[in-house]
Design a protein around this ligand. Structure first.
Ligand SMILES: [Zn+2]
Length: 272
């Protein structure tokens, strides 16, 4: 029996980092227009191509969007909401949490929270860390802000309730892993030494093998992508063919993180 009421849970999630992908590494990046243009591809081109694919296959997704991007691109937020996608919290500036003071971390949480409420009319239900790091302060903030789910840890292939200072909280963790993320394969820049671009069919194969195994084991799958990469022409073909691959199974629920977390929560709370 599947862990949700609607079948095997598959979340196709997107982090719409845009320019913050580069300014978070180095504020001086703002002075480098070609580097910044790699981020601009996200809001200018990539997100629209991703939206086309999701519409074609009638898939609803979650977009984790930094507050700065929310404030700069209301037209993108409106288009995402119109198609029924979820906007979730992904910090404000995307600065790496381990380099922040506790006060700065709180400010990151609050500024993006307000930006999302203003742009969507809704309190965000989920949180994903920028650049896959968090601190003790973050865990307290997740609890304080009342997030219903988090999608951050790499330690399992099944959802579980987060613990803060030893006690379970009502927040479902939806873990993922780097292998099911697009940036290790497609993020290339001369300022990131050692990176090469992976052939798109190889990524499709990898994600399909991951799905086949997880589906056979009746677990769940989170794919974390960036419109800056998966929204490129060959990337969007990977996304489309991956959806076709998973739809060969008839019991797969491709859904938003908030909907899937809500469906799973009752069972997890009962077991906690
Ligand atoms: Zn990000």
């Amino acid at each position: 029996m599947s862990m949700t009421t609607k079948g095997f849970p598959l979340m196709l999630s997107f982090d719409l980092d845009c320019e913050t992908m580069w300014t978070a590494r180095d504020p001086e990046a703002r002075k480098r227009p070609i580097l910044m243009s790699q981020g601009a591809y996200g809001w200018k081109r990539g997100v629209w191509r991703v939206l086309d694919v999701l519409r074609r296959y009638e898939v609803k997704s979650t977009f984790f969007v930094p507050g700065e991007v929310v404030l700069a691109h209301q037209e993108v937020i409106d288009a995402l909401l119109k198609d029924g996608h979820e906007i979730a919290h992904h910090s404000h500036t995307h600065r790496w949490i381990v380099s922040l003071s506790p006060e700065e971390e709180r400010e990151e949480m609050e500024l993006a929270q307000q930006a999302i409420i203003r742009a969507t009319g809704q309190v965000p239900r989920g949180w994903r860390s920028p650049a896959a790091e968090l601190t003790d302060v973050t865990m307290d903030l997740i609890k304080e802000y009342g997030f219903k789910y988090s999608s951050n840890f790499f330690d399992d292939d099944a959802p579980y309730l987060l613990k803060v200072r030893g006690a379970h909280i009502d927040c479902v963790e939806l873990p993922f892993r780097y292998i099911n993320t697009d940036s290790p394969y497609f993020q290339f820049s001369k300022i990131l030494p050692g990176r090469t671009i992976t052939s798109p069919p190889q990524v499709l194969d990898t994600w399909s093998w991951e799905f086949d195994t997880l589906h056979a084991e009746d677990r769940m799958m989170v794919v974390a992508m960036h419109p800056e990469f998966i929204g490129q022409p060959s990337g969007s073909t990977v996304l489309a063919r991956f959806i076709e691959h998973v739809r060969k199974q008839d019991n797969v629920w491709i859904g938003r993180c908030d909907d899937i977390a809500a469906d799973i929560r009752a069972n997890l709370l009962a077991d906690a």
